[in-house]
Design a protein around this ligand. Structure first.
Ligand SMILES: NC(=O)c1ccc[n+]([C@@H]2O[C@H](COP(=O)([O-])OP(=O)(O)OC[C@H]3O[C@@H](n4cnc5c(N)ncnc54)[C@H](OP(=O)(O)O)[C@@H]3O)[C@@H](O)[C@H]2O)c1
Length: 376
């Protein structure tokens, strides 16, 4: 049969190929985007905008903490991220929103790839005004229950979507799975596992042969940690993920309900980031002692989070035996074990890389594209 090469290298008939072309493109309607944050995740998101999957998306504004641009010529530059570091207009959210409004696009989307509390505090305002928000920043949804409820009512009032897939498990389909189970009436009884890619990498590597602070510096250089690594080490980031998961499963958990084991010594908790980084070696001795205790009992250290519908919510470093599933994680793997009324005998397990620029950016892109087909 005569045919033409298809994307996968196979051949298809000319008639079939014509029918495929005639199919309406799922994302044919147009979406305008503003990107906040051009760091590790935002930079990877910009690269994904060049991919064929993103052809229906139009970037109309981009910003870092100090500069921004709404100039189409500058936004089209491959080195936009680098250029914004040295030049651009002064930061002003109103101008970015104006660019979205002027786009005439069917959907106006703000993508939050920052770790900023200030930006997160605006999510509800933007939703209420009808802008969709897609976020890797969990500062709003992982905060108090009042902020969570405010987001829900703002979404409803503005008829806007809130894409939060990237906030837990980076690119793993964990939040969508939890929500789908809940929608089907499958009650979550427990969620446990390793929720931090950076802590998974750190404690998977830490065997006492090199100082913990050296590994921490490497994790930071690889882009695995939060901009301030104390957000990881304090357990705050994992506690926020636990809250987001439990709330998505239908439990009205408050931040103070989570018991958190903070790995940052109290005297280093509030100092400036640069000072903390220069004194990170002060973490070494206490962690070496905990490591030695674990080794003495034939265990390994893993950073675990646990929630149970019976009232348990805790986050911290634990000794686990060698046959525990968390003992065998590699790289930045996350592990989420969901015990539900229908997965009661054996949990539903989702595991895979839980940090990394590309997979996190892909989760953002997936949420943006999903806005075009909300029922899909
Ligand atoms: N890295 C990961 O693997 C991963 C995985 C899942 C989720 N996340 C989440 O993704 C978010 C970004 O993480 P990242 O690793 O990309 O951090 P990052 O490299 O430090 O980048 C943060 C970016 O946000 C910008 N920013 C800060 N305040 C801003 C503001 N008010 N307006 C506009 N931009 C602002 C920063 O600007 P400057 O460049 O001027 O400082 C920077 O470009 C965080 O919320 C993190 O929790 C990260």
């Amino acid at each position: 049969m005569r045919g033409e090469p298809a994307a996968g290298g196979e051949r298809m008939s000319a008639v079939l190929a014509e029918r495929v072309r005639a199919l309406p493109h799922a994302g044919a309607c147009d979406t305008a985007l503003v990107l906040l944050g051009t760091g590790v995740v935002g930079g990877a998101f910009l690269k994904l905008l060049d991919a064929p999957a993103a052809t229906t998306l139009r970037l109309v504004g981009a910003a870092n903490s100090r500069r921004q641009s709404t100039d189409p010529a500058r936004l089209a530059e491959r080195r936009l991220r680098e250029r914004l570091r040295i030049e651009g207009d002064a930061r002003d959210d109103a101008t970015l929103l104006d660019a979205l409004d002027a786009s005439g696009a069917a959907r106006r989307v703000i993508v939050d790839a920052t770790a900023s509390d200030e930006i997160a505090a605006r999510h509800a305002v933007w939703l209420r005004a009808g802008y969709h928000v897609v976020t890797a920043n969990k500062a709003a949804i992982g905060d108090g229950l009042a902020a969570w409820n405010a987001l829900a009512s703002a979404r409803h009032a503005g008829g806007a979507g809130y894409g939060d897939a990237a906030t837990v498990g980076a690119g793993l389909p964990i939040l969508s799975s939890v929500r789908r189970l809940a929608a089907c009436g499958d009650r979550v009884l427990a969620i446990e596992g390793v929720f931090s890619g950076s802590l998974s990498w750190l404690f998977g590597r830490y065997d006492g042969t090199q100082p913990f602070s050296r590994l921490l510096a490497e994790a930071r250089a690889r882009g695995y940690t939060e901009p301030d690594p104390r957000t990881d080490l304090s357990g705050a980031d994992v506690a926020r993920k636990l809250l987001v998961l439990a709330r998505s499963a239908g439990f009205a958990l408050e931040a103070h309900d989570v018991v958190v084991d903070d790995l940052v010594p109290s005297h280093l908790r509030d100092c400036p980031l640069e000072e903390f980084l220069s004194r990170a070696h002060e973490l070494d001795a206490p962690l070496a002692a905990r490591h030695a205790e674990a080794v003495a009992t034939g265990s390994v250290l893993r950073h675990l989070a646990r929630f149970s519908s019976g009232g348990l919510a805790e986050v911290g470093l634990r000794q686990v035996p060698g046959d525990h599933p968390a003992a065998h994680l590699g790289g930045t793997d996350n592990l989420f074990a969901l015990t539900t009324t229908r997965y009661r005998e054996r949990p539903l397990v989702i595991q895979g890389p839980g940090a990394g620029a590309e997979v996190t950016a892909q989760a953002l892109l997936g949420d943006v594209l999903a806005l075009a087909s909300p029922g899909a």
